[in-house]
Design a protein around this ligand. Sequence first.
Ligand SMILES: [Zn+2]
Ligand SMILES: [Zn+2]
Length: 154
Amino acid sequence: MTDWKLPWEAGCRCDRLRMSISAAPLLTMACHCTGCQRMTGSAFSLSMAIPSKGFSITRGEPVIGGLHGATRHFFCPHCMSWMFTRPEGFDFVNLRATMLDDASSFVPFIETYTSEKLPWATTPAPHSFEKFPALDEYKGLMEKYAEWVENSTA
Ligand SMILES: [Zn+2]
Ligand SMILES: [Zn+2]
């Protein structure tokens, strides 16, 4: 069994908004889409899918930003950091991995939207997708991710 050393604590740039993660990630991701490039001001976003029941906000009140659509992007109202996303139709939260107090062990398992990536941008993710994976691919990817973590921490 992987020892995740949960819970993990996380916070925004100004630390007014604090979060706690008490469930292991289902999947870790880097997204190269131009939307993520704009929202991060960088080459790609980094996220980890945390089961909704294992994610809680322990201080502060996030506000909606980004696209304001069915998939909701949450920000700190003070420092405006993009904290996490609640993707439509999924029972998990996509936490921006760099909000973790210690993100040093984060590695993306999949990368998405390589069709829009900056030519030089590469990640160590073992699985690449031109767009997003098909909805029915996520279950298998999550199983492979669990095995990958198990093997890399054994
Ligand atoms: Zn903040
Ligand atoms: Zn994206």
